[in-house]
Write a protein that binds this ligand. Structure first.
Ligand code: DGL
Length: 277
């Protein structure tokens, strides 16, 4: 049995988990975290002033991610979850090298779940242009299944459709069928929803793919991975009181408040706007 690493002396198990995303979509990960780890406090940062990250260069996404993680560390977090697939793809390695707390991304947990779910070894990945171009999911899937065939497809219109609340209807069904045709033709049997927004389109994606395709929601897998990492570092909370959840954004909190429920599954009570310096 491996011996659990000790926490850094200055980090309290009562400290919150830091979570960040380019905007609102990371609330799908918060929702899974709250479900899997109901005793843990959370500080969430959504970079609503600079969303989307999907089309931005790796250097820019890394710079943004560094700025946000410094802010979360200043708030005393004990672990950071990179809830954004694009930020995970471009910045996870750098953040893990540089930060004094454990960092969990969304790509590896999703990739592992896809490997488990696939019997044919033909796995599809959908994500933003940045995530797909980075090849991060392919690499992570091949770690678990070196012979897997991975077919990736960027679906850039999915993010604005979800933001606008277009979760079904003829237009979104048509776009999904167009995007997903190459994956359907190559008969994948597992499909990673490799973007924070895509779990909200799961029913549309399932219809476009047809039966027999397992859809992998990285959010749930990431929450389980977070639990394992907390225990491995002896950082799981021992508090029994109701934890606090704080929501911070870099632009107008009103839109975040209005849309948040769709992603979080419950109402957001308070969102604070703060400047990143
Ligand atoms: N959060 C991003 C992701 O999961 C999607 C939105 C964006 O492009 O910033 O990749």
């Amino acid at each position: 049995m491996p011996v659990a690493a000790s926490p850094r002396p200055e980090v309290s198990t009562a400290a919150p988990i830091g979570v960040f995303d380019s905007g609102i979509g990371g609330l799908t990960v918060v929702r899974a975290l709250v479900h899997e780890l109901p005793r843990e406090g959370i500080v969430y940062f959504g970079d609503t002033a600079r969303v989307p990250y999907g089309p931005k260069s790796p250097d820019t996404v890394r710079r943004y991610s560094r700025e946000i993680t410094q802010l979360l560390l200043a708030r005393g977090v004990k672990l950071i979850v990179v809830a954004c697939n694009t930020a995970t793809a471009h910045a996870l390695t750098a953040l893990r090298d540089e930060l004094p707390v454990p960092v969990v991304g969304v790509v590896q947990p999703g990739a592992r779940a896809a490997v488990r779910a696939s019997t044919s070894g033909r796995i599809g990945v959908i994500g933003t242009a940045g995530t797909v171009a980075s090849g991060a999911y392919e690499r992570a899937i091949r770690e678990g299944a070196p012979d897997a065939t991975v077919i990736s497809q960027a679906c850039p219109l999915f993010v604005p459709l979800v933001e606008e609340g277009w979760l079904d209807g003829p237009a979104v069904e048509l776009i999904a069928r167009e995007y997903l045709a190459p994956l359907r033709e190559r008969t994948v049997d597992a499909l990673v929803l490799g973007c924070t927004h895509y779990p909200l389109l799961a029913p549309v994606v399932a219809r476009a793919m047809g039966p027999g395709v397992a859809l992998i929601d990285s959010a749930v897998e990431t929450a389980r991975e977070t639990e394992r990492v907390l225990h491995r570092h002896a950082l799981a909370t021992t508090e029994s009181e109701q934890p606090e959840h704080a929501f911070l954004v870099s632009d107008d909190p009103e839109r975040f408040l209005a849309l948040g429920q769709r992603f979080l599954g419950s109402a957001l009570e308070r969102v604070e706007q703060i400047a990143l310096d």
